[in-house]
Design a protein. Structure first.
Lengths: 155, 656
């Protein structure tokens, strides 16, 4: 092998090593940081292992929001029309959080199947809306929308 | 009538685009100067008709013509005129129009710079750009017509512009961002034209460098604006979310950064020829992907996107044609691009290669994290999201390595650098930097490794830059030498410094931020890091198309008032939507940030207060990088802008 080829082979070898290390790391990190989405029905059916971070979504049940008077702790339940689960959260709710609207909560389940949420996402705008909430929202809002044009305005 | 004229004008532009995509290519193949020359006038034709169409949409928006569906969905008669106009690019159809409009500007600009290009090259470049234009015009006309009407049930009032978009950010962010996205089509067209021509020499790189730098700078400014907008408007005080929308613009920026570096190697040394072409294709493909990710609705719902046969299929086909077509051409032509120029293991070429690998890996991991949920959802219907920890875990170490590469890269020479020379240059830098890092570590009450390594790396990069200035001027003396270093050298220094400033800002803002949420009644105060945030209550106020609760929060330290903030809670009646407008006092060292949550009755509010150290540095650094790019693009060596200017003033004095 000529020295040039040898060097070229060395470079290719380094490149392959680097790329595969990066890819391996990326896939591992990806596996550890995905948050699966579950509906209330799936949660009640016991499909969710305890203690892992999940996303749960549905509509906020009307009249279920209960606040405490002295702190920002609150709870509400979310429903998919069939089953519902209780969500506990401490902090400020997003602007578009409303009873009867779609919401996605990020957090962990405890033994009583209560979701202790770290973050609540409501429909913020088309760009910042989690796709899961969109589905729930679409069905929920279909009734009270203004005259919907033939085509989606697709933002 | 006006909307119909707008559509007609788009169709005429399409006819011209088809002509411009075919005839100049034939002209270049048969060496017919007239056929090649057609490309220039056709570019002007496209610019004229698309501008007219753009103006038509603007007119419909400004005159509240709610019979136009796009206007009805994105505007309202109460909206201030500047938001009415900006609504042109607030949604899918109008954004595409903005895209193709900007493309026609870039095409015309390239045609003006034509004097220094061989005629066949110019003809091919403009033809390739016109092919992209055809794709977008077809998309506009067939599936996303911004002028379609609601004649049967014309609403009396529009649905209003999304309140989140009613911010000065909307006016500037999309046009600047798109100028960047679309600008990469120039280097892409150059790459394809050179592949068609079969000649990829240094000249190709020299012609396309200023274009690429300009596009990259604009994209950077656009992203910066977007980040600042999210920080100011979303009310969370976060400046980067690793949201697909953000990633979509960040990926072409990263690969674009790799491209401008590999173009340097190709121009100056004739190395990395195939790689540079590949990067040019990748950058533009990611720009296209970014446009569609954000604007096609695929993020909102994969299924709705895939189910809309016209738009979804069109977009996927277009992407496939552009990426597949250019890669096929590359595969056919690449074997002829052998470069026989070797370089040593320790040389600037190697460091630029390292830079390219790191930036590509960074973009690749972001691409993986962004597309993974979409692909999984489309294939097997599993719904999941990839959290920010993934992106941080992958991105931050890559950037740390990149900083080391920057420091060494600046100090190395083309072709070969002796190890001893490099050691001689680097030793004092490393010594001082480790000393500084140790001092910082000692000063900290609680050791924070991120902060210490950040200081270490920042200091290494900055000192390496300074050291290089001294090294470069050692023969002529510092003062004389500095004057002779040239604009592109200084622009490189500026951009690298910007990178450091941005990185330091990002690290310090992330680890140093503190935040508290509390229930506050008027007159009460909460403490955060020695600052007292005193809530003085809210009062009602009336905006043009909203009602708001305007709060007043005073920030005190040791009894002294350091800031007065006006957080706001707005209600936009048209969409019944609520918006939080954070009260922010910006500062060089820290930002004070207050957002109102919900009213809790009895004048009490849920309030979030934050102190964000060095957050401005992130945007300031990013702007320095962009400025560096623009400075390098205007380097006299290219004679691009100056010729463009003289030619432009001679032939098209009124327009330019």
């Amino acid at each position: 092998m000529t020295p040039i080829r040898k060097r070229r082979l060395g470079k290719i070898f380094l490149l392959v090593c680097g790329v595969s290390t990066a890819l391996g790391l990326a896939l591992t990190a990806l596996q550890e940081n995905i948050n699966l989405f579950f509906t209330p029905s799936q949660i009640i059916a016991g499909e969710v292992p305890e203690g892992i971070f999940i996303r749960a979504g549905g509509l906020v049940e009307k009249g279920s929001l209960v606040r405490t008077t002295d702190s920002l702790e609150l709870q509400f339940s979310i429903t998919d029309g069939d089953r519902n689960i209780l969500v506990k959260y401490k902090g400020i709710l997003p602007d578009l959080f409303r009873e009867g609207q779609g919401v996605v909560a990020l957090g962990k389940l405890n033994q009583d199947k209560v979701l202790q949420a770290d973050q609540i996402l409501a429909k913020h705008d088309e760009n910042y809306m989690p796709p899961e909430a969109a589905h729930a929202l679409k069905e929920a809002s279909a009734a009270n929308q203004l005259t919907k044009p033939l085509e989606d305005n697709g933002k | 009538m006006i909307p119909e004229l707008g559509l007609l004008s788009l169709i005429l532009a399409l006819c011209i685009a088809v002509m411009q995509a075919i005839i100049p290519l034939l002209g270049a193949a048969y060496k017919d100067p007239q056929w090649m020359g057609l490309a220039k006038s056709a570019s002007w034709g496209q610019l004229t008709f698309i501008t007219f169409s753009f103006a038509c949409l603007g007119y419909s928006l400004l005159t509240d013509d709610f019979s136009v569906a796009y206007v009805a969905h994105n505007s309202n008669s109460l909206l201030p005129w500047y938001y009415k106009f900006s609504a042109i690019w607030a949604a899918h159809e109008g954004s595409l129009l903005l895209w193709v409009w900007i493309l026609s500007f870039w095409m015309t600009a390239v045609s003006l710079s034509g004097k220094q290009l061989p005629e066949s090259m110019l003809a091919r470049v403009l033809a390739v750009m016109s092919m992209i234009s055809i794709g977008f015009l077809l998309l506009l006309i067939i599936t996303s017509n911004p002028f379609s009407r609601l004649l049967l049930n014309t609403p009396v009032e529009g649905q209003d512009l999304n309140p989140l978009l009613q911010h000065i950010g909307l006016i500037f962010h999309p046009p600047i961002l798109y100028t960047g996205y679309v600008g990469f089509s120039v280097v892409f067209a150059f790459a394809i034209a050179a592949l068609l021509d079969g000649r990829l020499d240094g000249a190709w790189a020299r012609w396309s460098r200023p274009w690429t730098l300009t596009a990259w700078a604009f994209l950077g400014m656009g992203i910066t604006l977007g980040s600042w907008w999210a920080y100011a408007e979303l009310g969370w005080g976060s400046w980067w979310f690793w949201d697909p929308v953000e990633n979509a613009s960040f990926m072409p920026w990263l690969v674009g950064a790799a491209l401008i570096h590999s173009l340097v190697a190709t121009e100056k040394r004739g190395t990395f020829k195939s790689w540079t072409v590949l990067m040019a294709i990748a950058t533009f493909s990611l720009s296209l992907l970014g446009t569609f990710l954000v604007r096609s609705g695929v993020l909102t719902s994969v299924h709705a996107f895939a189910a809309d046969p016209a738009r979804g299929v069109f977009v996927l086909t277009f992407l496939l044609l552009v990426i597949g077509g250019s890669l096929t051409l590359f595969a056919v032509r690449a074997p002829t691009l052998k470069s026989h120029i070797g370089f040593g293991l320790l040389s600037r070429e190697t460091l630029l290669l390292v830079n390219n690998v790191l930036l590509t890996v960074a973009a690749g991991t972001i691409l993986l994290g962004t597309l993974y949920p979409l692909i999984l959802d489309a294939l097997i219907g599993t719904k999941l999201s990839v959290g920010p920890p993934y992106f941080n875990f992958m991105f931050v170490p890559t950037m740390a390595l990149l900083m080391i590469a920057v420091a060494i890269g600046v100090l190395t020479k083309w072709k070969d650098t002796s190890f001893n020379k490099l050691k001689h240059l680097l030793t004092p830098i490393l010594f001082i930097s480790f000393f500084l890092a140790a001092v910082v570590a000692m000063l900290q009450q609680r050791l924070n490794l991120a902060a210490v390594s950040c200081v270490l790396l920042a200091s290494i990069v900055i000192l390496a830059g300074v050291r290089d200035i001294f090294d470069k001027t050692r023969h002529r003396g510092l003062l004389k030498g500095i004057a002779g270093l040239g604009r592109s050298y200084w622009s490189m220094q500026l951009a690298h410094l910007g990178f450091v400033v941005c990185a330091v800002g990002a690290v310090l803002a992330t680890i140093g931020s503190s935040e508290r949420e509390a229930r506050m009644v008027p007159g009460s105060a909460i403490e955060l890091e020695g600052y007292y945030f005193q809530f003085e209550g809210t009062r009602q106020s009336q905006g043009p198309n909203y009602i708001s609760d305007l709060g007043l929060v005073k920030v005190l330290r040791d009894g002294q008032e350091v800031a007065v903030l006006h957080p706001e809670k707005r209600i936009y009646p048209t969409r019944q939507s609520v918006m939080t407008e954070a009260g922010i006092q910006a500062g060089f060292i820290r930002d004070y940030f207050v957002a109102l949550g919900e009213p809790l009755g009895g004048g009490a509010w849920a309030v979030r207060v934050q102190i964000k150290p060095f957050v401005r540095w992130i945007w300031f650094g990013a702007l320095m990088m962009a400025l560096g790019g623009l400075m390098a693009a205007s380097d006299g060596r290219y004679r691009m802008l100056s010729r463009l200017r003289s030619f432009g003033s001679r032939a098209f004095g009124t327009q330019s």
